[in-house]
Design a protein around this ligand. Sequence first.
Ligand code: TYD
Length: 331
Amino acid sequence: MVRKYPNIMFVNVDALTYAGNLHNLSAIEEASNYRFEHVDITDSEAVNRVFETYSPDTVVHFAAESHVDRSITEPTAFVHTNVLGTLVLLQAAKNTWAERKTVGLFHHVSTDEVFGSLGKTGVFTNASPYAPRSPYAASKASADHVVRSFGTTYGFPYIITNTSNNYGPFQFPEKLIPLVLNNARLKKPIPIYGKGENVRDWLFVEDHCEALEKVLFNGKVGSTYLIGGSNELSNIDLVTSLLDLFDDEMGNENGSSRALITYVEDRAGHDFRYAIDSSLTEAELGWNPKHSINDGLLQTVRWYIENQEWLENVLTDAYQSYYSKQYGSQE
Ligand code: TYD
């Protein structure tokens, strides 16, 4: 979007915690319509300074602690950043727009995990009740509630999007797909929780970004849009397809990486299935995901093979210590 909209100034606010990486944005760092602010969204003084400096008319709020396994072992950071951080941003935006006597837009990017866990059938819709089950999901659900409460109480202009599992380039290797590709590359065991039967609805990251762009320009204030990939796969089916593509691209013997799959203890409170009905979003905004799962996975596999230096750079001591804490016994 920085390249596509040269007349819009983009200010990127990020705390650069463990998963933040400025190298991901090196292609735009010199753009004249782009600024970076190294700020933690829970720091209200710093956030207010950013709002005073740039007086933005739109806020797209993606900043969150997002990994479920980390929320199980360390829930505090999740409530702190995802709930308090959202409140700080809401207040800064509300005050800025009140002072300027303008109506802005606050787009809160959320997750389908706020709706809890599905059984073998059914899908999440706009009518699904909130039923979060992990500390991560509970913190995002809380943030959604706070955003809506600003709409009801102050007439604050917001839109919420709830999206399914993203995948693609630049994803930190704590999430399933990059973790599998990194371990396959290093010929390390590939941990599958429980029996690998849990189902996720996979959305290629660029399809998500395209949906967010449509929401931003054409979405109705006060609305919630559900965004999914319509690509439901069990974890074991996803991982075997991914490894087969990896072997193919690497010229390895067919199916050889499958031998790395190792079933490990299940995640506590592991949500069985997520599936999103995006039909309202598709009808209203004329959006649909363009990448089939095979096409998206192939692009992802190629990116991780071509960008092993990127991977090496994020495999810090902190990552290794997270990894051995999380997966210790099968190392
Ligand atoms: P993840 O990428 O953590 O996303 P989320 O939990 O938000 O859906 O996990 C996707 C699925 O893969 C989920 O069902 C948990 C499972 N999983 C494993 O089986 N092994 C792993 O090492 C990881 C990280 C996830």
